[in-house]
Structure formats: C-alpha cells, structure tokens
Ligand binder design. Structure first.
Ligand SMILES: Nc1ncnc2c1ncn2[C@@H]1O[C@H](COP(=O)(O)OP(=O)(O)O)[C@@H](O)[C@H]1O
Ligand SMILES: [Mg+2]
Length: 359
C-alpha cells in the first residue's frame, strides 16, 4: 500500500478499473480505455456480472452523469457547475480516470493563472542556449492531453481572469495549440476533451464569457435532494476517508451524521425539515463536503481524546466552526437556531449542551 496521503482515482481504484475493462464489450470511442457504459458504471457503482463490486463514486442523479459522459464524446467540452462541495472536482477526477487512465492532466485556476499555464511555457535555459525549438517548450497539461488524446481538466475556471480564459476559446474550437515562434501547432488527437469546474458562490470570481460558454455543455451538480441521500453521501465518504486517515470505524457515527446533516439542511433551506418553522440562513454553504469534515474531525477527537464513540461533544466545535463563518451575522443566526430548534428537540439535549458550552 502506498504511503501517499491521497492517491489519484486511477490508482486508488485500479482494481475496479481493471475489472470494468475486462467486462466491457461495448464500443469505445477512440483513445478511451472503456466505453461510456464503463465510465458510468465506474461513477455510479454496480455489481458486475462476475460478482465484482464497483463502489459508487457519485451518489445522486444517474442522468447527470450520463449527460456529462455523453458530452465528452462530442466536440463540446464539459463544465461542471454548482455550489462548493457538491463533488464537481471529485466527479471530474473520476471521469478522467475512467476515460483516460490519467486524472492528473490538470490546470488549477487562480486569479494569477497566466496564459502560458493553459498553452505552453519555455524552458528559458534551453531557449537562450538553442533558440526556440520543440525541445525548449514546456508543455501545459492541456497540450499533453491533446497530443495523447486524453482528458484535460481545468479546476475553478471562473477564478481565471477573463482574458486568460479566452485563450481556451481558440484551443477548444480549433482543437489545436499554435506555437507561432516555431510556425507550427500541436493537433488534438481523437479522445481529447476538457472537463472544467466552476462554482457560483465564491467571492472574487470572474465572468464567464458567452463565447467560451458556447464551447461547453454545462452540467449543474445539485445539493442532495433528500436527507437520506445526503446522509448516505456523508456516510460513504467518511468511511472512505477513515480508511485513508487510519481512523478506526466508529460504531455510532450514523446518528451523529443524521443530526449534522439535519442541521445543515435546515439552515440551508431556512426552515425546519417539517416545514413548520422559518429560520435564517448563515453565510456558509454547508455542503456535504462540510458535513464530511465535521464528522471526520469529530471521529479524530473521539478516537484520540474521547472514548472512541462519536458523541455530540466531539462534533460540536467543528459543527459550530462550519456554520459560524461571518463573525458578525452568523452567531446571531446560529444562536437563534440553537435556542428555538435544537433546544426543543427530544434526545438532542446533549447536542444543545455541547454547542452551548462553546457558542
Ligand atoms: N453527491 C455526492 N456523491 C459523492 N460524494 C460527494 C457528493 N457530494 C459531495 N461529495 C463529497 O464531497 C467532497 C468534496 O467534493 P469536491 O469535489 O471537492 O467539491 P467541489 O469541487 O464541488 O467543491 C468529496 O469528497 C466528495 O466525495
Ligand atoms: Mg472543486
């Protein structure tokens, strides 16, 4: 077993990918290592004919995943759009791993991303020594994906300045990257496509030009539609991380997961689950990803400093930390919720006390 903190999907799930490839008799697009059916199976999970179990990666609407995969066989790129923590990056990584066996041809978008990160850069030592030559070119991940017919990824596309984003327009419509100094270009091979992610909540995001938008099919990843679905997402991912982080399994975590997810959903939707009471929403997003980290923190506390059972006392501080982000407005929202909802709930008095202690 590798000691890496986090393995890329194609390594983490290499057995599953091998098993799917073995069973996959359907037509594969050029350069894909499995068919669209295989990619769907990898993402959604399934028991294969020979009994091999493929674990679900994405928990939610199957149709969205089918649309995402189908987009990648067309000449349009795929944009996964939505709130932070709705599995956009996770889905992009797993789709790229399934299609290309490489999920790491990736450009991380920031406000400081230059055009050269998307196209190519020069190795200046070589450039000065030999003048412009193919050897002096440092290829971007997108250029490498083009040459090998693989899937490239751009994370947080809308953090990239608009004029730099526009570089992608020609790349995606011409399907090549030109190298003017060498009077040549790199042609995208069949199988090349691009998955970008962007979120609509973070501050400091740039507009997304309509010319670029037309090069993409957008798939919006929603927040989980039901409590049950959200609980099962958190449960599954907490289990996965538990193995990676070498945390022992905690027997009663389901109860606490249910409470955390209930609190998140109620605050997010600004009303109690039964719809009877109106609430205020805090500034934070409160996504499944946040719930997962609240529970993981709680497990770490209970395992190392508690009795190994996950208790209200273990999750309270990270629960409050996830909810109270704006030091001015959020405490009011949170205290109101604490005193009108949590306090009145049967069997929640332990959570009420634990939260009161630190609020
Ligand atoms: N519907 C879902 N199915 C599976 N995992 C999910 C789902 N929603 C959130 N997650 C988990 O939340 C975590 C954060 O997701 P991430 O891809 O980083 O979010 P984003 O890129 O949308 O901000 C991941 O570990 C992911 O597994
Ligand atoms: Mg992301």
């Amino acid at each position: 077993m590798s000691e890496a903190l986090r393995l890329p999907s194609e390594q983490l799930f290499q057995e599953e990918i091998k098993a799917i490839k073995k069973q996959d008799r359907r037509q594969k697009p050029t350069s894909w290592q499995m068919s669209p059916w295989g990619v769907e199976t990898f993402l959604m999970g399934e028991k294969l004919k020979n009994g091999f179990k493929v674990t679900p990666k994405y928990i939610g609407n199957r149709r969205l995943i089918q649309i995402a995969i189908a987009t990648l066989v067309t000449d349009r790129a795929l944009l996964l759009y939505g709130l932070p923590g709705t599995a956009k990056s996770w889905v992009a990584e797993n789709i790229a791993a399934a299609i290309s066996g490489n999920s790491q041809l990736i450009v991380q978008g920031t406000a400081g991303t230059p055009e050269t990160d998307l196209r190519f850069n020069w190795n200046y030592a070589k450039l000065l020594q030999e003048g412009p030559s193919r050897q002096a070119i440092v290829e971007s991940p997108i250029m490498r994906a083009m040459e090998s017919g693989k899937i490239a990824r751009v994370e947080e596309l809308t953090r990239i300045p608009a004029e730099v984003q526009d570089t992608l327009i020609t790349m995606l419509s011409e399907k090549n990257i030109s190298i003017p100094d060498l009077d040549t270009y790199v042609l995208a091979q069949k199988g090349f496509n691009l998955i970008a992610t962007a979120n609509n909540r973070d501050k400091g995001i740039n507009e997304f030009s309509s010319a670029l938008k037309r090069r993409f099919n957008t798939v919006i990843l929603p927040l989980p539609s039901t409590l049950e679905e959200e609980v099962s997402i958190v449960q599954k991912r907490v289990q996965d991380f538990g193995v990676l982080l070498e945390l022992p399994e905690v027997p009663d975590s389901v109860q606490e997961i249910q409470r955390v997810v209930t609190v998140f959903r109620e605050l997010r939707n600004a009303k109690t689950l039964d719809g009877k009471e109106k609430l205020k929403s805090p500034s934070a997003t409160l996504s499944p990803a946040e719930a997962i980290s609240v529970i993981n923190n709680g497990i770490a506390l209970s395992v190392h400093f508690g009795d190994g059972d996950l208790k209200a006392h273990d999750i309270a501080s990270s629960l409050v930390g996830a909810i109270v982000k704006d030091p001015e407005k959020d405490p009011i929202v949170w205290n109101e919720y604490l005193d009108t909802v949590i306090k009145g709930r049967k069997k929640w008095s332990d959570l009420y006390r634990a939260c009161k202690e630190i609020s």
